[in-house]
Write a protein that binds this ligand. Structure first.
Ligand code: NAI
Ligand code: MG
Length: 357
């Protein structure tokens, strides 16, 4: 009997709406398999909690989460609270505290989904972005001196460690070998302008690549990659980039494959000391929050990634197959994909299909 204790952090905006559908799918899998059980511990943290307490989560909150097997996360963000408070108060500290240095973000053009890029067929775009997730440009290192004065000084420092850089690059190569598609790893940097951190990254990339002679490599500048993801996204296979660059290119890749509402993300602690966290790439989506119309498929695909991580590959395959089938058949699709279904209808449809695939 596999019995998992999952931490559920729905958060803000559309987070609770899409996380509810992810849970529905987990419950359906457990109902169909006597050998599989999920227990949930829900944490009501986020902007509402901040309004009450002045914090996004309790000071010792992560201690309780650390006992769980994995985390399903919604989103954080509030139109009235600055983003650096919401993200730096919950999401980013959790990634760092649980040493979730390897973030995996697949982008696939599903059948039944229209890319905004002309002439792309299902499967044409099929890439995975590996994002360094605990340091780089998002390290909270810096400060402000003489604030508000004419001689104010502001420093924001990028942090690249050999451990963190090598870990994400090696994870990308390992995945490329396992995936066995185009056998290409693309490193994304800006070494022409950032001559310390990015040049160091290039050196580590070259050193690690020597261990994978069967894998082709390329090193591209991030502005060039922004262009190539629009003009020939089908050329990419596995991409690896720093925290900020991968954040930006994963939104481009998500929208190139049809919608932010489809892009899933796994935040992995590779050593397995702490729980890993699974979420959508998208945020709180203020413009559609509270209406029950957000696409839950990104979160449901993240649930699939979570099942794979927990050692349930057959359940993971069924979730992914059900997502794909729901898009191909288009009986229930949300507004972002040109349909008019509600969030709950799409979740119910995936539940129905999980029983068939
Ligand atoms: P966003 O990802 O929330 O929304 C971007 C666009 O994509 C919007 O037009 C939205 O309607 C659409 N979209 C997002 N999710 C969708 C879904 N499930 N179905 C259909 N359409 C969807 O990015 P934005 O607007 O930049 O950020 C809003 C807030 O979320 C900000 O406070 C930001 O800091 C926060 N944020 C939080 C993240 C997280 O918790 N992981 C990640 C990104 C942003
Ligand atoms: Mg992002």
């Amino acid at each position: 009997m596999a019995d998992y204790n999952l931490a559920i952090i729905p958060g803000d905006g559309v987070g609770p709406e899409v996380v509810a559908e992810g849970r529905k799918v987990l419950d359906a899998l457990a109902a169909q398999d006597a050998e599989l059980n999920f227990r949930y511990t829900e944490f009501s943290w986020g902007s509402a909690y901040y309004r009450e307490t002045g914090r996004m989560m309790p000071e010792d909150g992560l201690a309780e989460v650390s006992a769980c097997d994995a985390i399903l996360f919604g989103a954080v963000g509030d139109p009235e609270i600055p983003d650096h408070i919401t993200l730096q108060g919950l999401l980013l500290p959790m990634r760092r505290a649980f040493d979730q240095g390897v973030c995996i973000r697949p982008a696939y053009l599903y059948p039944g989904v229209t890319s905004p890029l002309a002439g792309k067929e299902a499967g044409d775009i099929d890439l995975v972005i590996f994002r360094e997730n605990t340091e780089g440009e998002y390290a909270p290192v810096g400060g402000r001196l003489y604030p508000g004065t004419p001689h104010e000084i502001v420093m924001q420092t990028n942090v690249f460690t050999r451990r963190g850089t090598e870990r994400i690059i090696r994870a990308a190569f390992e995945h490329c070998v396992k995936r066995n598609k185009k056998n290409l790893v693309t490193s994304v940097t800006k070494s022409n302008a950032q001559a310390f951190g990015m040049v160091f990254w290039d050196e580590v990339f070259e050193a690690v690549s020597a261990d994978y002679p069967q894998i082709r490599t390329e090193s591209l500048l991030v502005d060039r990659v922004a262009m190539d993801l629009v003009r020939w996204p089908e050329a990419f296979d596995v991409m690896v980039a720093s925290n900020l660059f991968a954040d930006i290119i994963s939104d481009i890749a998500a929208v190139a494959t049809g919608s932010m509402g489809l892009a899933a993300s796994a935040n992995i602690n590779p050593e397995g000391i702490f729980p890993s966290m699974f979420e959508s790439v998208h945020g709180a989506a203020f413009d559609i929050a509270g209406q029950g119309i957000a696409n839950p498929l990104a979160t449901i695909s993240a649930v699939g990634m979570m099942l794979d991580h927990l050692g349930q590959p057959e359940s993971a395959r069924r979730v992914e197959a059900a997502v794909m089938r729901s898009l191909e058949e288009r009986r229930f699709v949300t507004g972002d994909l040109g349909g008019s279904a509600t969030t709950a209808q799409v979740g119910d449809e995936v539940v129905r299909l999980v029983g068939e695939v």
